[in-house]
Design a protein around this ligand. Structure first.
Ligand code: SF4
Ligand code: SF4
Length: 462
C-alpha cells in the first residue's frame, strides 16, 4: 500500500515537473520572458521542496504524501468540474434600431465641413461639435504628425485600407437571373455549402442565425448611399464570418504593425463575405455583404447570435478560440439557412472580475464599472469618442485592449487547456486571472522588436 502511495506521489511530482517545463518552454517560444522567469521562481522551489518529501525515508512519509495527493487531486477537481456556469448576456425584448449616423466613424469619415450633412448633423447634435472639431484637427491614422508615423511602414496600413475601400463601395448586387427560379435545396444543404465555402476562402469561424431586425441600422450614415436615408433590409438570415488576427502583430499594440494587421484582416473578412454573397446571388437569392466601411447591420450582436462568441467588456466579440483577436464581416440573405445557437463560455463572469483592458487602456475609454442596460442589452459601455481621439493622436487603431486580454493568448496546448477550464468552471476563472496577472503582469510587458519589414526607418531590428 505504502509503495503504491509513493508511486502515485512520484507520478504527481512528474506531472508537476513536466507541466512546469512545458510552461517555461512555451513562454520562451512566445517571447514571454517574464512568464518564464516567474515560473522558474515559483515552481523550482516547490519542486525542490517536494523532491525530498518523496525521496527521503522518514516516519509518516506515506501519510504526508497521501495528504499532498488528496490536496492536489481535490484542487484539480474543483478547478475542472463544471461548477458555477456564468450567466449569458441579458437582453431585453425591446431593442431599438441604431442610426448609423450615431457611430463615431460616420462623423469623421463621411462628414466634411461645408457639406449640408455636416451642418445638419451638428444642428441636431451641437454637444458633439467642439469635441469633433478638436479631433478633426489631428492628423489621420498612419499619417505624418502622429506618434507612430514612419514614411516607409505607415503606408502598409494606408494601402490595405485604400484597396479595401475601392473594393467595397459597390456591393449592392442582385441575384443572377435563373430560368427556373432560385435553386432549391434544404436549409441544411445550403448551410453546409455556404459554411464550407467561407472556410475555404479563409474564414476561421462561420455561424448562421436569423437576422434580428434590431441589428439593422435604421438610417445610412458612414456607408455608401444617400445620407440619412431609411435602411430597408428584409433578409431573414445572417452569416457571421470571423478571421483571426495574427498574434505576433497584435502584440505590438499600440504601435503600427497592429493596424497593418487590422487593415489586412478587414480586407480578408470583406473578401470572404463578398464572394459568399455573390455565390448566393448565383444560386438565385438575395445577399448583401456587410464589410468595413460599408455596413447596413451591426456585426458584433449578429456574430453573438450566430454562436461565434460573446460580448466582452471591451465592447468587442470574444471568441472561445481567439478571444477578441478577430475581425468580422456579415452576409445577410434570404437564402434558407439553419441557425446556430448562441454560446456562453464564461465571458460575462470573467470580464466582470478581470478589467485588464480597462486598466491598460491609454485613454481610459473602457468601462471599468458594472454592466448597465443600454438599448436593451446589459453591457459595458466603451467610450468610442475618447478611444478614437487616441487613435488619431497615436496614428494607429491602438488595440491595447485586445493585446492584454487573457483570452487573446495564442492557441498553444497550455493556453487551450486554460481556455477549456475557464469555460466550464467559475473558481478556475479566478485562478486563471490571478495566474495571468502573476505570470504576464497586470500591465503589458515589454514588446518584442518590430518585424524587420515594419521597423521605423533607420531603426530596423527583429
Ligand atoms: S481584458 Fe479582461 S475584462 Fe477585458 S475583455 Fe478581456 S477578459 Fe474581459
Ligand atoms: S483601442 Fe485602445 S484606446 Fe480604444 S478602447 Fe482599446 S485600449 Fe482603449
Amino acid at each position: 500500500m505504502n509503495a503504491w502511495i509513493l508511486l502515485a506521489g512520484w507520478v504527481g511530482f512528474g506531472a508537476l515537473a513536466v507541466g512546469t517545463a512545458a510552461f517555461i518552454v512555451t513562454s520562451i517560444i512566445e517571447g514571454r520572458w517574464r512568464a518564464a522567469r516567474v515560473a522558474v521562481l515559483v515552481f523550482a522551489p516547490l519542486l525542490v521542496i517536494l523532491a525530498p518529501v518523496l525521496a527521503v525515508d522518514y516516519p509518516g512519509r506515506p501519510w504526508l504524501v497521501l495528504a499532498l495527493l488528496v490536496l492536489g487531486v481535490t484542487t484539480v477537481a474543483i478547478l475542472t468540474l463544471p461548477l458555477g456556469q456564468a450567466p449569458p448576456l441579458r437582453l431585453e425584448k425591446t431593442q431599438e434600431r441604431i442610426d448609423e449616423r450615431d457611430a463615431v466613424f460616420h462623423r469623421f469619415y463621411r462628414l466634411r465641413p461645408g457639406m449640408p450633412e455636416f451642418d445638419e448633423y451638428y444642428r441636431w447634435n451641437p454637444e458633439k461639435y467642439e469635441f469633433d472639431e478638436k479631433v478633426r484637427k489631428l492628423p489621420q491614422l498612419a499619417h505624418p504628425g502622429t506618434g507612430t508615423y514612419d514614411p516607409l511602414s505607415s503606408p502598409f496600413t494606408i494601402a490595405a485600407f485604400d484597396v479595401l475601400e475601392g473594393m467595397t463601395r459597390e456591393i449592392e448586387w442582385t441575384p443572377a437571373p435563373i430560368e427556373d427560379g432560385p435553386l432549391r435545396a434544404s436549409p441544411e444543404e445550403f448551410t453546409r455549402r455556404v459554411k464550407g465555402f467561407a472556410r475555404y476562402l479563409g474564414a476561421d469561424l462561420v455561424g448562421t442565425t436569423k437576422l434580428n431586425p434590431a441589428y439593422v441600422y435604421s438610417r445610412i450614415g458612414r456607408s455608401p448611399g444617400k445620407w440619412g436615408e431609411a435602411i430597408t433590409l428584409d433578409h431573414e438570415h445572417a452569416i457571421a464570418i470571423a478571421v483571426e488576427m495574427n498574434h505576433e502583430m497584435v502584440r505590438h499594440a499600440p504601435k503600427a504593425p497592429t493596424t497593418t494587421e487590422t487593415a489586412f484582416k478587414y480586407f480578408e473578412a470583406a473578401k470572404i463575405a463578398m464572394v459568399v454573397a455573390r455565390y448566393i446571388n448565383f444560386l438565385g437569392y438575395e445577399a448583401r455583404a456587410h464589410v468595413d466601411g460599408n455596413y447596413r447591420v451591426m456585426c458584433v450582436p449578429i456574430a453573438c447570435d450566430a454562436g461565434l462568441g460573446e460580448l466582452g467588456r471591451l465592447g468587442l466579440l470574444m471568441t472561445p478560440r481567439f478571444g477578441p483577436s478577430v475581425r468580422l464581416s456579415i452576409v445577410t440573405t434570404n437564402l434558407p439557412l439553419t441557425q446556430d445557437e448562441p454560446i456562453h463560455f464564461g465571458v460575462q463572469h470573467f470580464c466582470g472580475i478581470c478589467r485588464k483592458c480597462a486598466t491598460n487602456c491609454p485613454s481610459q475609454s473602457v468601462d471599468s464599472g458594472d454592466r448597465k442596460f443600454v438599448n436593451g442589452a446589459e453591457k459595458w459601455q466603451t467610450n468610442r469618442d475618447t478611444c478614437y481621439r487616441f487613435w488619431r493622436t497615436n496614428g494607429t487603431d491602438c488595440a491595447v485592449c485586445i493585446n492584454v486580454c487573457p483570452y487573446a493568448h495564442p492557441r498553444t496546448p497550455l493556453h487551450n487547456a486554460v481556455r477549456w477550464v475557464v469555460r466550464r468552471n467559475s473558481p478556475a476563472r479566478r485562478v486563471a486571472l490571478w495566474g495571468d496577472d502573476l505570470f504576464y503582469g497586470r500591465q503589458p510587458e515589454s514588446q518584442p522588436p518590430l518585424p524587420h519589414w515594419h521597423a521605423k526607418t533607420g531603426s530596423a531590428s527583429g
